[in-house]
Design a binder for this molecule. Structure first.
Ligand SMILES: Cc1cc2nc3c(=O)[nH]c(=O)nc-3n(C[C@H](O)[C@H](O)[C@H](O)COP(=O)(O)O)c2cc1C
Length: 207
């Protein structure tokens, strides 16, 4: 009987703690998990070599395509690159053609800000807004899974304008009418940079 009572008491205490947690968390934005993830995200440019687990990449991609898009057109295609050999091959081309820049960077591992995995995002014409929403969803999902990301526009010009890198774009196999717009570097962070400053004056409340 005493045991049963103690069990009941413990159950009630757990329930109370959970409810109290929910009530406490609701109005306080600094305790909210989504807000926390947004505020903690940084562009990461140093990664551990460990590739990201397939399940986590699946979750990130799924969160990406659940972003809103104008008239639900979903004008995107994404390619999650897990093939390390493909990344190494295209990186070899980059290193060959950018030997000087690579030599100057002692932390250089690869052209994708040293990430072990990348997600290549292509879009139809004028799909920039939708693609941005897709990307932020993926970055925040990655953040909440303990991963770091960096949105990369830089490599797009190289990849789409270098004859020797054409094999890479071909391997991604985007549909007709879709162009590579950005690449998301993904991996386990090997640095913890400070937040970049934000201009609070850009926000005005109109009462
Ligand atoms: C469209 C876009 C393109 C970017 N391209 C690059 C890039 O080529 N290389 C890079 O290191 N960072 C790139 N970044 C990351 C930005 O430099 C970074 O988001 C910005 O400095 C703010 O820092 P934070 O992400 O840590 O808050 C890009 C970001 C965006 C949104």
């Amino acid at each position: 009987m005493k045991k049963l009572f103690l069990c009941g008491l413990a159950f009630a205490a757990v329930l109370l703690c959970n409810c109290a947690g929910e009530i406490q968390n609701a109005p306080q934005s600094n305790e909210n998990q989504v807000v926390k993830a947004i505020m903690a995200r940084r562009s990461i440019r140093k990664y551990k070599d460990t590739p990201v687990e397939h399940e986590k990449l699946e979750t990130i991609a799924k969160c990406g395509i659940n972003a809103p898009s104008g008239m639900n057109k979903q004008p995107w295609e994404i390619r999650v690159v897990e093939n390390q050999e493909l990344i190494n091959q295209v990186n070899d081309v980059y290193k060959k053609l950018n030997a000087e820049a690579v030599a100057k960077d002692p932390s250089f591992k690869n052209m994708f800000r040293n990430a072990p995995n990348i997600i290549c995002v292509a879009g139809e014409q004028n799909s920039g807004l939708d693609l941005g929403l897709l990307g932020e969803n993926m970055m925040l999902a990655a953040q909440s899974l303990g991963l770091g990301t960096c949105c990369l526009g830089g490599p797009v010009h190289f990849l789409t304008n270098t004859e020797e890198a054409r094999f890479f774009i071909e391997k991604l196999g985007f549909s007709e009418g879709y162009s590579l717009m950005y690449i998301l570097a993904v991996g386990y962070p090997d640095e913890s940079p400070d937040a970049k400053p934000r201009d609070e004056a850009k926000v005005k409340f109109i009462n």
